[in-house]
Design a protein around this ligand. Structure first.
Ligand code: IPE
Ligand code: IPE
Ligand code: MG
Length: 238
């Protein structure tokens, strides 16, 4: 496992490539999404084992409603099924679950299930797992700004940070995107301002602890400057 000193406190993942994984095997896309749930289970445990305090995953974007209705309903069914089968085990491992994204477009039954899962795990002290479902970064920013404006709160970086759906979590240190696409696809646009980006060619259903370790190793080698000059450059000039 990589050096504990340079582990990210918050890892965010765009879990992409389920459809291509299935296509390569001449399987329906939903088979890829099912294997994607298995990869998520493996990754959650790998993050717990590596003592990563916060994991945030992109499960369904506000744009994914544009997919065929059968794929959308299949993804929603998978969420119900995963919660039914995994909630107990998440609880046993002390994992706290939160769902980020607009609830407005979700059926009331799903909203109840999400609320109940959050409620059942809210006192857990282990890893925080944020699942972004019907999430869009632009929605997040507009929603936060609209709530601040309605309350008459001045819009500042601090008030926005506090109003965005990820609050009070710190921004992701490391953003991993699988599936060989090099874009954000409307994920955590505000919060990833200074995240280290890591793009993996691995299709999400094949992602595992070894692939995570590759990303963590790469992260550990990065120098995060946040706009400052490099300490190495500064000491060379001194
Ligand atoms: C990611 O896999 C899962 C969701 C977006 C819900 P995709 O379904 O986007 O897989 P590809 O990109 O088509 O391979
Ligand atoms: C991003 O993947 C959304 C999720 C992983 C949930 P997409 O497959 O929807 O992104 P695009 O369409 O390739 O940008
Ligand atoms: Mg995709």
């Amino acid at each position: 496992m990589p050096s504990v000193k340079k582990l990210p406190a918050h890892v965010a993942i765009v879990m992409d490539g389920n459809g291509r994984w299935a296509q390569k095997r001449h399987l329906p896309r939903l088979a890829g999404h099912k294997r994607g749930v298995d990869a998520l289970k493996t990754t959650i445990q790998a993050c717990v084992d590596r003592a990563i305090p916060i994991l945030t995953v992109f499960a369904f974007s506000s744009e994914n409603w544009s997919r065929p209705a059968s794929e959308v309903s299949g993804l929603i069914e998978l969420l119900y099924a995963a919660l039914r089968s995994e909630l107990g085990s998440l609880g046993q491992r002390g994992i706290r679950l939160r769902f980020l994204g607009s609830r407005q477009e979700l059926e009331p039954g799903l909203c109840t299930v999400l609320h109940d899962a959050e409620h059942a795990t809210q006192a857990n002290q282990g890893m925080l797992l944020n699942v972004c479902f019907n999430y869009g970064g632009r929605w997040d920013i507009v929603d936060a700004a609209a709530r601040l404006a309605a309350a008459g709160t001045p819009i500042t970086e601090a008030s926005m940070n506090a109003a965005l759906s990820l609050a009070p979590c710190p921004d992701p240190d490391l953003l991993i995107r699988t599936g060989d696409e090099h874009r954000l696809s409307n994920f955590l646009l505000w919060q990833c301002a200074y995240s280290e980006l890591y793009f993996s060619p691995v299709l999400w259903p094949d992602f595992d602890a070894a692939a995570l370790d590759e990303a963590l190793k790469d992260y550990a080698s990065r120098e995060r400057r946040f706009g400052r000059t490099s300490p190495l450059a500064a000491s060379a000039l001194a």
